[in-house]
Design a binder for this molecule. Structure first.
Ligand code: FES
Ligand SMILES: [Fe+2]
Length: 379
Protein backbone atom coordinates (compact mmCIF):
# COMPACT_ATOMS: atom_id res chain seq x y z
CA UNK A 1 0.00 0.00 0.00
CA UNK A 2 1.25 3.51 -0.80
CA UNK A 3 2.79 5.19 2.25
CA UNK A 4 0.29 8.05 2.05
CA UNK A 5 -2.63 5.57 2.14
CA UNK A 6 -1.10 3.92 5.21
CA UNK A 7 -0.65 7.31 6.90
CA UNK A 8 -4.25 8.28 6.14
CA UNK A 9 -5.62 5.03 7.53
CA UNK A 10 -3.55 5.21 10.72
CA UNK A 11 -4.58 8.84 11.26
CA UNK A 12 -8.20 7.86 10.72
CA UNK A 13 -7.87 5.15 13.37
CA UNK A 14 -6.18 7.57 15.79
CA UNK A 15 -8.98 10.07 15.27
CA UNK A 16 -11.66 7.42 15.90
CA UNK A 17 -9.87 6.36 19.05
CA UNK A 18 -9.57 9.90 20.39
CA UNK A 19 -13.26 10.53 19.73
CA UNK A 20 -14.24 7.12 21.17
CA UNK A 21 -15.92 6.13 17.90
CA UNK A 22 -15.34 4.05 14.77
CA UNK A 23 -16.27 4.21 11.08
CA UNK A 24 -20.04 4.67 10.89
CA UNK A 25 -22.52 3.88 8.11
CA UNK A 26 -25.21 6.49 7.43
CA UNK A 27 -27.99 4.30 8.77
CA UNK A 28 -28.79 1.13 10.58
CA UNK A 29 -29.44 -1.79 8.18
CA UNK A 30 -32.02 -4.48 8.76
CA UNK A 31 -31.20 -7.84 7.20
CA UNK A 32 -33.85 -10.46 6.60
CA UNK A 33 -33.12 -13.63 8.58
CA UNK A 34 -34.71 -15.60 5.73
CA UNK A 35 -31.53 -15.19 3.69
CA UNK A 36 -29.71 -17.36 6.24
CA UNK A 37 -32.25 -20.19 6.34
CA UNK A 38 -34.22 -20.35 3.11
CA UNK A 39 -33.44 -23.31 0.85
CA UNK A 40 -34.80 -21.44 -2.12
CA UNK A 41 -32.52 -18.47 -1.43
CA UNK A 42 -29.55 -20.81 -0.93
CA UNK A 43 -30.18 -22.33 -4.37
CA UNK A 44 -30.24 -18.86 -5.95
CA UNK A 45 -26.98 -18.01 -4.17
CA UNK A 46 -25.36 -21.14 -5.56
CA UNK A 47 -26.56 -20.38 -9.09
CA UNK A 48 -25.38 -16.77 -9.03
CA UNK A 49 -22.53 -16.37 -6.54
CA UNK A 50 -20.93 -19.81 -6.84
CA UNK A 51 -21.26 -20.24 -10.61
CA UNK A 52 -20.90 -16.81 -12.15
CA UNK A 53 -18.17 -15.15 -10.07
CA UNK A 54 -14.46 -15.95 -10.16
CA UNK A 55 -13.58 -17.85 -6.97
CA UNK A 56 -10.17 -17.99 -5.34
CA UNK A 57 -8.89 -21.57 -5.61
CA UNK A 58 -5.34 -21.22 -4.34
CA UNK A 59 -2.31 -18.97 -4.22
CA UNK A 60 0.38 -19.37 -6.88
CA UNK A 61 2.81 -20.64 -4.25
CA UNK A 62 0.66 -23.77 -3.78
CA UNK A 63 1.35 -24.92 -7.35
CA UNK A 64 4.84 -23.54 -8.08
CA UNK A 65 6.06 -26.26 -10.50
CA UNK A 66 4.80 -27.81 -13.73
CA UNK A 67 2.49 -30.69 -12.87
CA UNK A 68 1.49 -29.31 -9.45
CA UNK A 69 -2.26 -29.36 -9.01
CA UNK A 70 -5.11 -28.67 -6.59
CA UNK A 71 -8.68 -29.95 -6.68
CA UNK A 72 -11.69 -28.23 -5.17
CA UNK A 73 -15.34 -29.24 -5.31
CA UNK A 74 -16.78 -26.95 -2.62
CA UNK A 75 -18.54 -24.71 -5.16
CA UNK A 76 -20.57 -27.72 -6.31
CA UNK A 77 -18.48 -27.98 -9.49
CA UNK A 78 -15.43 -30.26 -9.18
CA UNK A 79 -12.47 -28.16 -10.31
CA UNK A 80 -8.86 -29.11 -10.99
CA UNK A 81 -6.19 -26.44 -11.44
CA UNK A 82 -2.83 -27.55 -12.79
CA UNK A 83 0.46 -25.78 -13.57
CA UNK A 84 1.24 -26.63 -17.20
CA UNK A 85 4.61 -27.49 -18.72
CA UNK A 86 4.80 -23.87 -19.94
CA UNK A 87 4.34 -22.62 -16.36
CA UNK A 88 0.82 -21.32 -16.95
CA UNK A 89 -2.29 -22.35 -15.04
CA UNK A 90 -5.08 -24.42 -16.59
CA UNK A 91 -8.42 -25.31 -15.01
CA UNK A 92 -10.89 -28.01 -15.96
CA UNK A 93 -14.00 -29.65 -14.66
CA UNK A 94 -12.59 -32.59 -12.76
CA UNK A 95 -15.06 -34.94 -14.41
CA UNK A 96 -14.31 -37.81 -16.77
CA UNK A 97 -16.12 -37.53 -20.11
CA UNK A 98 -16.84 -41.28 -20.11
CA UNK A 99 -19.15 -41.69 -17.13
CA UNK A 100 -18.43 -38.82 -14.81
CA UNK A 101 -15.81 -40.13 -12.38
CA UNK A 102 -13.51 -37.65 -10.63
CA UNK A 103 -10.06 -37.78 -12.15
CA UNK A 104 -7.99 -36.51 -9.22
CA UNK A 105 -8.47 -35.40 -5.64
CA UNK A 106 -6.85 -33.15 -3.02
CA UNK A 107 -3.53 -31.80 -4.28
CA UNK A 108 -0.29 -33.20 -5.61
CA UNK A 109 2.57 -32.91 -8.07
CA UNK A 110 4.03 -34.40 -11.23
CA UNK A 111 0.72 -34.49 -13.14
CA UNK A 112 1.31 -34.88 -16.87
CA UNK A 113 -1.63 -37.08 -17.70
CA UNK A 114 -4.85 -37.58 -15.81
CA UNK A 115 -5.87 -41.22 -15.86
CA UNK A 116 -9.41 -41.91 -14.77
CA UNK A 117 -9.53 -44.32 -11.80
CA UNK A 118 -12.68 -46.00 -13.23
CA UNK A 119 -11.80 -47.30 -16.74
CA UNK A 120 -8.48 -45.56 -17.46
CA UNK A 121 -9.48 -43.00 -20.04
CA UNK A 122 -6.58 -40.56 -19.95
CA UNK A 123 -6.29 -36.84 -20.57
CA UNK A 124 -3.32 -34.55 -21.12
CA UNK A 125 -2.81 -32.21 -18.15
CA UNK A 126 -1.57 -29.30 -20.30
CA UNK A 127 -4.57 -29.21 -22.62
CA UNK A 128 -7.26 -31.46 -21.14
CA UNK A 129 -7.25 -33.36 -24.47
CA UNK A 130 -8.49 -36.95 -24.39
CA UNK A 131 -5.42 -39.10 -25.16
CA UNK A 132 -6.42 -42.74 -24.84
CA UNK A 133 -9.51 -44.91 -24.53
CA UNK A 134 -8.68 -48.49 -23.55
CA UNK A 135 -10.48 -50.98 -25.85
CA UNK A 136 -11.16 -48.22 -28.33
CA UNK A 137 -13.28 -50.63 -30.41
CA UNK A 138 -16.08 -50.12 -27.93
CA UNK A 139 -16.05 -46.35 -28.50
CA UNK A 140 -15.30 -45.85 -32.17
CA UNK A 141 -18.06 -43.30 -32.53
CA UNK A 142 -16.65 -41.08 -29.79
CA UNK A 143 -15.04 -37.99 -31.31
CA UNK A 144 -11.83 -37.78 -29.28
CA UNK A 145 -11.23 -34.17 -30.33
CA UNK A 146 -14.45 -33.08 -28.66
CA UNK A 147 -14.21 -35.30 -25.62
CA UNK A 148 -11.46 -33.54 -23.68
CA UNK A 149 -11.91 -32.19 -20.19
CA UNK A 150 -14.12 -29.11 -20.10
CA UNK A 151 -11.92 -26.05 -19.59
CA UNK A 152 -12.96 -23.45 -17.04
CA UNK A 153 -12.00 -19.76 -17.12
CA UNK A 154 -8.92 -19.29 -14.94
CA UNK A 155 -6.61 -16.39 -14.22
CA UNK A 156 -3.43 -16.04 -12.22
CA UNK A 157 -2.87 -12.49 -11.00
CA UNK A 158 -0.21 -11.21 -8.60
CA UNK A 159 0.07 -14.55 -6.83
CA UNK A 160 -3.60 -15.53 -6.74
CA UNK A 161 -5.46 -18.09 -8.87
CA UNK A 162 -9.15 -17.55 -9.60
CA UNK A 163 -11.53 -19.86 -11.46
CA UNK A 164 -15.08 -19.27 -12.62
CA UNK A 165 -16.91 -22.61 -12.25
CA UNK A 166 -18.90 -22.06 -15.46
CA UNK A 167 -17.24 -22.57 -18.87
CA UNK A 168 -17.15 -19.59 -21.22
CA UNK A 169 -16.38 -15.95 -20.64
CA UNK A 170 -12.73 -15.30 -19.69
CA UNK A 171 -11.95 -13.54 -16.40
CA UNK A 172 -10.71 -9.97 -16.63
CA UNK A 173 -8.65 -9.58 -13.43
CA UNK A 174 -8.47 -5.77 -13.47
CA UNK A 175 -12.22 -5.52 -13.85
CA UNK A 176 -12.97 -8.23 -11.32
CA UNK A 177 -10.48 -7.15 -8.63
CA UNK A 178 -11.25 -3.41 -8.92
CA UNK A 179 -9.76 -1.38 -6.06
CA UNK A 180 -8.30 -4.50 -4.43
CA UNK A 181 -5.79 -4.93 -7.27
CA UNK A 182 -3.61 -2.02 -6.09
CA UNK A 183 -3.44 -3.27 -2.49
CA UNK A 184 -2.79 -6.84 -3.64
CA UNK A 185 0.20 -5.76 -5.74
CA UNK A 186 1.75 -4.04 -2.74
CA UNK A 187 1.55 -7.21 -0.58
CA UNK A 188 3.66 -9.21 -3.08
CA UNK A 189 1.90 -12.46 -2.21
CA UNK A 190 3.53 -14.15 -5.20
CA UNK A 191 6.57 -14.43 -2.92
CA UNK A 192 4.64 -16.03 -0.03
CA UNK A 193 4.91 -19.64 1.16
CA UNK A 194 2.01 -21.97 1.91
CA UNK A 195 2.11 -23.29 5.48
CA UNK A 196 -1.14 -25.19 5.81
CA UNK A 197 -4.74 -25.42 4.65
CA UNK A 198 -7.40 -26.83 6.95
CA UNK A 199 -10.92 -27.78 6.05
CA UNK A 200 -13.58 -26.83 8.58
CA UNK A 201 -17.27 -27.57 8.71
CA UNK A 202 -19.71 -25.51 10.74
CA UNK A 203 -23.39 -25.71 11.50
CA UNK A 204 -23.98 -22.15 10.31
CA UNK A 205 -24.93 -20.53 7.06
CA UNK A 206 -21.83 -19.61 5.03
CA UNK A 207 -22.63 -15.87 5.32
CA UNK A 208 -22.64 -16.18 9.09
CA UNK A 209 -19.01 -17.37 8.92
CA UNK A 210 -18.14 -14.30 6.85
CA UNK A 211 -20.07 -12.09 9.29
CA UNK A 212 -17.87 -13.05 12.22
CA UNK A 213 -14.93 -11.29 10.53
CA UNK A 214 -16.74 -8.14 9.45
CA UNK A 215 -17.01 -6.13 12.64
CA UNK A 216 -14.78 -5.57 15.67
CA UNK A 217 -17.72 -4.78 17.91
CA UNK A 218 -17.77 -8.29 19.43
CA UNK A 219 -14.09 -8.67 20.27
CA UNK A 220 -14.06 -7.68 23.93
CA UNK A 221 -17.18 -9.63 24.85
CA UNK A 222 -16.70 -12.85 22.88
CA UNK A 223 -12.90 -13.03 22.61
CA UNK A 224 -11.84 -11.59 25.99
CA UNK A 225 -9.08 -14.14 26.55
CA UNK A 226 -7.96 -14.94 22.99
CA UNK A 227 -7.69 -12.05 20.52
CA UNK A 228 -9.17 -9.14 22.48
CA UNK A 229 -5.80 -8.49 24.18
CA UNK A 230 -4.32 -7.97 20.70
CA UNK A 231 -6.97 -5.88 18.96
CA UNK A 232 -8.92 -2.75 19.86
CA UNK A 233 -12.64 -3.31 20.32
CA UNK A 234 -15.05 -1.48 17.97
CA UNK A 235 -12.28 0.38 16.16
CA UNK A 236 -11.92 -0.08 12.40
CA UNK A 237 -12.04 1.75 9.09
CA UNK A 238 -14.19 0.65 6.17
CA UNK A 239 -13.74 1.12 2.42
CA UNK A 240 -16.26 0.25 -0.26
CA UNK A 241 -14.43 -1.52 -3.12
CA UNK A 242 -17.45 -2.20 -5.33
CA UNK A 243 -18.55 -5.74 -4.58
CA UNK A 244 -15.39 -6.20 -2.48
CA UNK A 245 -14.55 -4.32 0.71
CA UNK A 246 -11.68 -3.44 3.02
CA UNK A 247 -11.91 -3.22 6.80
CA UNK A 248 -8.81 -2.18 8.75
CA UNK A 249 -8.96 -3.24 12.41
CA UNK A 250 -6.49 -1.62 14.79
CA UNK A 251 -4.12 -3.76 16.84
CA UNK A 252 -3.32 -2.39 20.27
CA UNK A 253 0.30 -2.02 19.10
CA UNK A 254 -0.81 0.80 16.80
CA UNK A 255 -0.53 3.15 19.77
CA UNK A 256 3.25 2.73 19.54
CA UNK A 257 3.23 4.68 16.26
CA UNK A 258 2.47 7.92 18.08
CA UNK A 259 5.73 9.82 18.16
CA UNK A 260 7.20 7.82 15.22
CA UNK A 261 7.60 9.89 11.99
CA UNK A 262 4.66 9.23 9.63
CA UNK A 263 6.96 8.18 6.79
CA UNK A 264 8.06 5.20 8.92
CA UNK A 265 4.56 3.99 9.77
CA UNK A 266 3.88 0.38 8.77
CA UNK A 267 0.15 -0.17 8.70
CA UNK A 268 0.36 -3.93 8.11
CA UNK A 269 2.23 -4.63 11.33
CA UNK A 270 -0.24 -2.77 13.52
CA UNK A 271 -3.59 -3.78 12.05
CA UNK A 272 -5.56 -6.71 10.74
CA UNK A 273 -6.40 -5.82 7.11
CA UNK A 274 -9.57 -7.70 6.30
CA UNK A 275 -10.75 -7.83 2.68
CA UNK A 276 -13.83 -9.54 1.32
CA UNK A 277 -13.13 -10.69 -2.22
CA UNK A 278 -16.70 -11.05 -3.31
CA UNK A 279 -18.44 -13.33 -2.89
CA UNK A 280 -16.84 -15.83 -0.51
CA UNK A 281 -13.19 -15.11 0.24
CA UNK A 282 -11.69 -13.40 3.24
CA UNK A 283 -8.16 -12.20 2.56
CA UNK A 284 -6.60 -11.09 5.84
CA UNK A 285 -3.15 -9.55 6.23
CA UNK A 286 -2.39 -10.48 9.83
CA UNK A 287 0.65 -8.37 10.62
CA UNK A 288 3.36 -10.93 9.84
CA UNK A 289 1.39 -13.40 7.72
CA UNK A 290 -1.52 -13.86 5.35
CA UNK A 291 -4.63 -15.85 6.09
CA UNK A 292 -7.39 -16.74 3.61
CA UNK A 293 -10.83 -18.15 4.26
CA UNK A 294 -12.73 -19.58 1.30
CA UNK A 295 -16.22 -20.14 2.62
CA UNK A 296 -18.90 -22.22 0.86
CA UNK A 297 -22.46 -23.30 1.53
CA UNK A 298 -22.87 -26.80 2.95
CA UNK A 299 -25.56 -29.36 2.15
CA UNK A 300 -28.28 -27.22 3.77
CA UNK A 301 -28.58 -23.46 4.44
CA UNK A 302 -27.67 -24.25 8.06
CA UNK A 303 -24.26 -25.66 7.19
CA UNK A 304 -21.05 -24.43 5.64
CA UNK A 305 -17.60 -25.68 4.84
CA UNK A 306 -14.44 -23.78 4.24
CA UNK A 307 -10.73 -23.88 3.51
CA UNK A 308 -8.60 -21.93 5.96
CA UNK A 309 -5.07 -21.27 4.73
CA UNK A 310 -2.04 -19.68 6.30
CA UNK A 311 0.83 -18.25 4.25
CA UNK A 312 4.13 -16.83 5.47
CA UNK A 313 6.37 -14.25 3.78
CA UNK A 314 9.56 -16.30 4.35
CA UNK A 315 10.33 -19.97 3.59
CA UNK A 316 9.12 -22.30 6.36
CA UNK A 317 12.19 -24.51 6.52
CA UNK A 318 13.09 -24.75 10.19
CA UNK A 319 11.40 -26.44 13.11
CA UNK A 320 11.05 -23.16 14.97
CA UNK A 321 9.37 -21.51 11.95
CA UNK A 322 6.92 -24.43 11.72
CA UNK A 323 6.22 -24.20 15.44
CA UNK A 324 5.63 -20.47 15.19
CA UNK A 325 3.07 -20.82 12.37
CA UNK A 326 1.50 -23.83 14.05
CA UNK A 327 0.92 -21.69 17.16
CA UNK A 328 -0.72 -19.06 14.97
CA UNK A 329 -3.00 -21.66 13.40
CA UNK A 330 -3.88 -23.03 16.85
CA UNK A 331 -4.84 -19.59 18.17
CA UNK A 332 -7.00 -19.04 15.11
CA UNK A 333 -8.71 -22.44 15.41
CA UNK A 334 -9.30 -22.00 19.14
CA UNK A 335 -10.83 -18.60 18.56
CA UNK A 336 -13.27 -19.65 15.86
CA UNK A 337 -14.05 -23.21 16.97
CA UNK A 338 -14.44 -22.51 20.68
CA UNK A 339 -15.82 -18.97 20.55
CA UNK A 340 -17.29 -17.81 17.20
CA UNK A 341 -18.79 -21.04 15.84
CA UNK A 342 -20.62 -22.28 18.97
CA UNK A 343 -22.27 -18.90 19.37
CA UNK A 344 -23.06 -18.60 15.67
CA UNK A 345 -24.52 -22.10 15.43
CA UNK A 346 -26.91 -21.35 18.30
CA UNK A 347 -27.96 -18.14 16.58
CA UNK A 348 -28.42 -20.10 13.34
CA UNK A 349 -30.76 -22.54 15.12
CA UNK A 350 -32.67 -19.66 16.66
CA UNK A 351 -33.23 -17.91 13.32
CA UNK A 352 -36.25 -20.20 13.00
CA UNK A 353 -37.94 -18.43 15.90
CA UNK A 354 -36.29 -14.99 16.22
CA UNK A 355 -37.36 -11.60 14.84
CA UNK A 356 -37.77 -11.42 11.07
CA UNK A 357 -34.92 -8.94 10.71
CA UNK A 358 -31.44 -8.81 12.17
CA UNK A 359 -29.97 -5.41 13.01
CA UNK A 360 -26.60 -4.30 11.59
CA UNK A 361 -25.50 -1.16 13.43
CA UNK A 362 -23.98 1.99 11.97
CA UNK A 363 -20.71 0.80 13.54
CA UNK A 364 -20.85 -2.37 11.38
CA UNK A 365 -20.45 -0.84 7.90
CA UNK A 366 -18.47 -3.78 6.45
CA UNK A 367 -21.21 -6.18 7.48
CA UNK A 368 -23.81 -3.91 5.92
CA UNK A 369 -21.87 -3.63 2.68
CA UNK A 370 -21.30 -7.39 2.34
CA UNK A 371 -25.00 -8.15 2.73
CA UNK A 372 -26.13 -5.32 0.48
CA UNK A 373 -23.89 -6.63 -2.32
CA UNK A 374 -25.14 -10.21 -1.83
CA UNK A 375 -28.74 -9.03 -1.93
CA UNK A 376 -28.12 -6.90 -5.04
CA UNK A 377 -26.79 -9.91 -6.96
CA UNK A 378 -29.04 -12.67 -5.65
CA UNK A 379 -32.43 -11.01 -5.36
S1 FES B 1 -15.64 -42.92 -15.91
FE1 FES B 1 -13.65 -42.35 -16.47
S2 FES B 1 -12.95 -43.93 -17.69
FE2 FES B 1 -14.93 -44.54 -17.19
FE1 LIG C 1 -15.04 -13.41 16.27
Amino acid sequence: MQQQDQIDLVNQLFEFKENKTTELADNIYRQSKTDYISEEYAEREKAVLFRQFPLLICLSCEIPNSGDYVCDDFSGVPIIVVRTSKGEVAAYKNICRHRGARLACDRGEGLKQMRCPYHSWSYEADTGNLMTIPFNTGFEEVDKKNSGLLPLPVVEHDGMVFVRPTPGEPINPAEFLGGFAKDLKSYKVDGYHHFETRVLEAKVNWKMVMDTFLETYHLSTLHGKTIAPLLHNNLATFDDMGDHLRMVAARKSIDKLRGVPEQEWDLVLHTALVYVLFPNTLFIMQGDHLETWRVYPGATPNESRMHVSLYAPDPIDTESASRHWDNNMTLLMNTVKKEDFPLASNAQLDFAVCDKKLVFGRNEPALQHFHKRITAHVK
